[in-house]
Design a protein around this ligand. Structure first.
Ligand code: ATP
Ligand code: MG
Length: 220
């Protein structure tokens, strides 16, 4: 059960969208979620983030409990089963950890893969609507912006809109008012984000992660 409710805490949820290779994970890693010194839980089924990952529920729970008890920062991620039931379980684990005396980043990768369409899964809805008061900061992303609930875009504190296909760029224009041709013209790692009342273009820094140590097969 989330504890130490503090209604004065601001809404800080962040939503990021771009097609594949647009730079979503880079934006989350390099700009949105601090590198160190924070409590963070990751739905990280494609291994995109800096965290210790688990694919066993018991082990994950044990690590989360120990991390919370330590009173220190932690970065723990889930990269096991990625179906709706497991996601709902993950959201419940997150909910229990929330504590208004601490900020907790809740990083959710590729929500469209959960196939919820416009109907928010209950665990996610609870985090979206109630985590704020308990220090929860929901940072989520998707490649396929029309396949996730619109409320993720409209009710975030900050959104990053990256490169999109023509069809999705038109949807973005309808929902947020950024001209579709400008969204389509973005390059990888470029995003529109709101500064006060105006949309401004920002370039996200690229930082390698893991790629360097991986050797790819090259066919002659
Ligand atoms: N060495 C590099 N220097 C600069 N930019 C790079 C380098 N390597 C990759 N990139 C850029 O980073 C992008 C990948 O960023 P990222 O992994 O954040 O994308 P993504 O939006 O999360 O994609 P996906 O939806 O497939 O996960 C590449 O498309 C490329 O433009
Ligand atoms: Mg990614």
């Amino acid at each position: 059960m989330a504890r130490n409710e503090d209604s004065s805490l601001p809404l800080r949820h962040v939503f990021v969208t771009a097609k594949t290779g647009g730079g979503k994970s880079q934006a989350m890693r390099n700009v949105v979620v601090p590198r160190r010194g924070v409590r963070a839980l990751f739905w990280d089924v494609d291994n995109d983030h800096y965290c210790t990952r688990f694919d066993n529920k018991g082990k994950f729970l044990k690590a989360v409990q120990a991390a919370v008890k330590s009173g220190k920062p932690f970065r723990l991620g889930w990269n096991g089963e990625d179906d709706q039931d497991t996601f709902t379980w993950f959201c419940e684990v997150v909910w229990r950890v929330l504590d208004g005396d601490f900020d907790t980043y809740i990083v959710l990768e590729e929500l469209a893969d959960l196939e919820m369409g416009q109907k928010t899964l209950p665990g996610l809805g609870k985090l979206q609507k109630r985590a704020r008061k308990y220090g929860g900061i929901v940072v989520s992303n998707t490649q396929r912006v029309q396949e996730i609930p619109k409320s993720l875009i409209t009710q975030a504190h900050k959104v990053y809109i990256g490169l999109q296909s023509a069809h999705d760029a038109k949807y973005i224009e309808r929902v947020l008012g950024i001209p579709a041709n400008q969204v389509e013209a973005l390059k990888p790692l470029e995003f529109f984000t709101k500064n006060g009342e105006t949309w401004e273009k920002v370039k996200i820094p690229y930082k390698a992660y893991g790629e360097k140590s991986r050797k790819r097969n090259q066919f002659a």
